[in-house]
Structure formats: structure tokens, C-alpha cells
Design a protein around this ligand. Structure first.
Ligand code: AMP
Ligand code: ZN
Length: 470
């Protein structure tokens, strides 16, 4: 499997540190609000990467943090006159509501900064001990960037260029303008933690990721991921801290998703051009948003528009329709063994799995992987249409393949109450009886009633009446 590594700027074959296991860390949300569709992109993509690794037989340890203490969380808490943890608890809960809707599985670990204080204090202390960090006059702790000559290697900017662009301002507490805070001294009224070095305060943002990756996955991890905007300074700073504290490579592969844009501008809270996931979901459905994210390669920019969402909704409906048709036919079909022709057909359908895997192995080419799924659906629909007496065995095989591939993508797994609604089944049976008795007026009345009162459309097929909700 090949992945594009931002560190080397090439597609590289993925080789795990421990055979059969993947240790991956992805930067998670700052929990002071609901998350927007732009934030959803890395959450969906790296959930997909995790699912795909599992599909290919890897055990995956996946960590995604919650930044539950920072200026934004504190400001929001002050605005509402509550403690910071009330805000964090609320938006962590809301994160899981939206994530579940989007088919994002919970990570193996979801550490919060404030619950990882032991590991954070430990890494800051190690940086101080080794001279990679220093305590400023006001009690802040800064990373001494000059002690890490490789600084800039991820964003491919030499340290000298970065230094030339930075200026030290009057009253600056830092030794060098490129130094950055790993620990922030307590300001009056702010939540603060005691430290071994004596200055009460709270962690900087970058150090929390270094500490958590180290605590849950070890000193060297396989994959570190996040949005493109995190490359510099966030990931560069994580690398500096982790590699100086541990004396080894921090992450073997760095993956960055491209921006989700709107009118071709990056969607962001600060620019105000964003849609919260839950608002977009009200209009198009959560799963449509996932489908939309997978419709493009994760590294390319992806533009959000109502037309694009609508198109993806239609595509998703096609997948559901194919699944539902298969399930209906399975419920009516007989035959526990396939005919020779069916066996050959099912084997031919397996080609779509091969193409799907080829696409996903090529740096997660979800657009091509989805094309394979649609080709599968097209072939299955055509075969089912032409072979009204297809066996249950064949139909079940085709269904299993469709569910396997869509399952890897985290799509088409939803169930409605369709199969369990006895009242509707009862009405359909009454309509069938009316038709048999040539009472077409009654049959039509039931059809109208189902549509208007139950929101159910019915379709007569050779195997009987199939129904679905509008
Ligand atoms: P934040 O909560 O702002 O730290 O962002 C959480 C994640 O969303 C990070 O991985 C960001 O890089 C990512 N992100 C934020 N805005 C966008 C966007 N418009 N497109 C893609 N990723 C984004
Ligand atoms: Zn991070």
C-alpha cells in the first residue's frame, strides 16, 4: 500500500514498525463549538484510513485527541460564566453525535489534554533537562528552536529562512523569535496545574500532541495526520519537541488532507465562511457529507456547494436502492446453490473488488474506489434485471460483496425500519388481495393511503411488491 508522505513529498510503500500493526495519531478538534464541514474532512479521511488498514488485516491503534484547554475554550467559558470543563464536556459530547452520524468510529483512544497532564509534564521536564527548553521570566516555558537543526524539515523551510522572516518584538520573553511556548504560565483566574519546575500554568497546544502520541503509541509512531494547515507550525513543533525529548524519529509517515473550500476559499471559523456539520446534515443528511468527502482524493482541494452535495445524495441513494433491491430479491428467492453461470458471474464481479483495492492502495484513491463500487452496482442491477429467477445463493453473494466494499468506505450501513413495519406489510397484503379480486379501486386507494399517510412508495415486481420510504 502506498501513501503520500509529506516529509519526503513522495508516495511511499507503507511499512509498519511492528508487522501487522499500525500506530496512528491524528490531531483532533478544539472543543469550544460544534465542528464544521472543513474540520470533518480529516476526521472522515483518517477514519477511512483506519478502516482500510483493518480491512487489509492490520490491527490499528488510533489516537485522536481533544484539545480541551486553550484560549478559545477559556474565552467561551468566560462568556457563559461557566468552568472550562463544562464547555469541553458539552462539545466532546456533540463531537460524538456528529461523528456517529458521519460514520466516524470512535478512535482507540480519545485523550483530553487535561487528562494527560502527567505525560505533558514529563515531556516538558525532559526538554528542560536536556536544554531544549527554558523557563522565561514570566514562567512560560519555551522550546529552544536553535537546538534542533532539523527544524523546518516537514514544511521544507530551512531554519535560517524561518528565522529571517521572524522578528523579535519589544518586551519579548523569548531568546529567539522562532522559539515557541510549550507551557504557559497561569494568568489570574485561569485554570492552572502545578509543575515540577515550579511555574503553575497550562500546556501549549503543540506539546499535548507530542505527549499523547508518546503516551499511547510510543516514541516512534507509524503515521501522524491532520489537515494541511497544521503542517506549519503545529506539526513542525510537534516533531521538534518529540524528537528532542526522545532522541528518535517521531513519525515515519506524515499525511495531510487538502482544504475543504467554499467559493474556493478555505472553510474556516475565523473567516466565517463555514457550515456546521449538523446544519449541513439537516439539509443533505450526514451520510451524504461522508459520500461527498470520499468523492475526491483526500489531498486535492474539495469545494463545498449545494449542487455537489445534491449530486452525492443521489449517488448514495443509488447504492441504497441496489442494496434494498438485492435484499428484497433475497427475501423472495430460492436456491441454496448457484448455477454454473451464476458462479462465473460472481467471480467476474470479484474484479470490482480487485480494482477497489488497487485504488485504495494507491494513496487512498477513494474517487476510483467509489467508481468500482458503482460499476459493481451497475453489473449487479443488470444481471438481476435479466435473471428474474436468480438464486438466493447468487443474490446473497452479490449482496455480501456490495456490503463489503461499501462497509470499508463506511457507507450504506444504515437500516430503516422498512423490514419490521408490520402495519405496512399488512396493507400491502390487503392491496394484493384486492388486486387478485379485481377490486382495482381498493388497490389504488391503499396505494394512495400508503403514499400520503405513511410516506411509502410501492413498486410491483415479478417477485412481489417492494416498498420504500420517500
Ligand atoms: P481545529 O479544530 O481548527 O484545530 O481543526 C481540526 C482539524 O480540521 C485539523 O486537522 C485542521 O487541519 C482541519 N481543518 C480545519 N479547517 C479545514 C478545512 N477547511 N479543510 C480541511 N481541513 C480543515
Ligand atoms: Zn496535533
Amino acid at each position: 500500500m502506498k501513501l503520500f508522505n509529506s516529509m519526503t513529498r513522495t508516495k511511499e510503500e507503507f511499512v509498519p514498525i511492528t508487522p501487522g500493526e499500525v500506530k496512528m495519531y491524528s490531531c483532533g478538534p478544539t472543543v469550544y463549538n460544534y465542528f464544521h464541514v472543513g474540520n470533518a474532512r480529516p476526521f472522515i479521511i483518517f477514519d477511512l484510513l483506519r478502516r482500510y488498514f483493518e480491512y487489509r488485516g492490520y490491527r490499528v491503534k488510533f489516537v485522536q485527541n481533544f484539545t480541551d484547554i486553550d484560549d478559545k475554550v477559556i474565552n467561551k467559558a468566560n462568556d457563559e460564566g461557566v468552568s472550562y470543563d463544562v464547555i469541553a464536556d458539552r462539545y466532546i459530547k456533540e463531537y460524538f453525535t456528529d461523528a456517529e452520524g458521519l460514520g466516524i468510529r470512535p478512535a482507540t483512544y480519545h485523550p483530553r489534554a487535561t487528562e494527560t497532564m502527567d505525560a505533558i509534564l514529563d515531556i516538558v521536564q525532559r526538554l528542560l533537562d536536556k536544554g531544549h527548553a527554558y523557563i522565561a521570566e514570566n514562567g512560560d516555558v519555551y522550546f529552544r528552536t536553535g537546538t534542533f537543526p532539523e527544524y523546518g524539515k516537514l514544511s521544507h523551510q530551512p531554519l535560517e529562512d524561518l528565522q529571517a522572516g521572524a522578528r523579535i518584538s519589544v518586551g519579548e520573553l523569548k531568546e529567539d523569535p522562532m522559539d515557541f511556548a510549550v507551557w504557559k504560565a497561569a494568568k489570574p483566574g485561569e485554570p492552572a496545574w502545578d509543575t515540577p519546575w515550579g511555574t503553575k500554568g497550562r500546556p501549549g497546544w503543540h506539546i499535548e500532541c507530542s505527549a499523547m502520541a508518546n503516551k499511547y503509541l510510543g516514541a516512534t509512531i507509524d503515521i501522524h495526520s491532520g489537515g494541511l494547515d497544521l503542517t506549519f507550525p503545529h506539526h513542525e513543533n510537534e516533531i521538534a519537541q518529540s524528537e528532542c525529548a526522545n532522541g528518535c524519529t517521531f513519525a515515519n509517515y506524515w499525511l495531510h488532507n487538502g482544504f475543504l473550500t467554499i467559493d474556493n476559499q478555505k472553510m474556516s471559523k475565523s473567516a466565517g465562511n463555514f457550515f456546521m456539520v449538523r446544519d449541513a446534515a439537516k439539509e443533505f443528511g450526514y451520510e451524504t457529507i461522508r459520500m461527498f468527502m470520499l468523492s475526491a482524493h483526500y489531498r486535492t482541494p474539495l469545494n463545498y456547494s449545494a449542487e455537489s452535495l445534491k449530486m452525492n445524495k443521489t449517488s448514495l441513494e443509488r447504492l441504497y436502492e441496489s442494496r434494498n433491491n438485492l435484499e428484497f430479491r433475497i427475501s423472495k428467492a430460492a436456491g441454496d446453490t448457484m448455477t454454473a453461470e451464476e458462479s462465473a458471474k460472481l467471480e467476474a464481479l470479484g474484479q470490482h473488488r480487485i480494482h477497489f483495492i488497487e485504488a485504495m492502495d494507491d494513496d487512498l484513491n477513494t474517487a476510483d474506489a467509489l467508481s468500482s463500487v458503482f460499476e459493481l452496482v451497475r453489473d449487479v442491477n443488470a444481471y438481476m434485471g435479466a435473471n428474474q429467477d436468480a438464486t438466493k445463493a447468487f443474490l446473497s453473494g452479490a449482496h455480501a460483496l456490495l456490503m463489503e466494499l461499501t462497509g470499508v468506505l463506511g457507507l450504506v450501513q444504515q437500516r430503516t425500519e422498512e423490514n419490521i413495519d408490520t402495519e405496512i406489510e399488512e396493507l400491502i397484503a390487503q392491496r394484493a388481495a384486492a388486486k387478485k379480486n379485481k377490486d382495482f379501486a381498493e388497490a389504488d386507494r391503499i396505494r394512495e393511503y400508503l403514499l400520503n399517510e405513511k410516506g411509502v412508495v410501492i413498486k410491483d415486481t415479478r417477485q412481489g411488491t417492494q416498498w420504500s420510504r420517500v
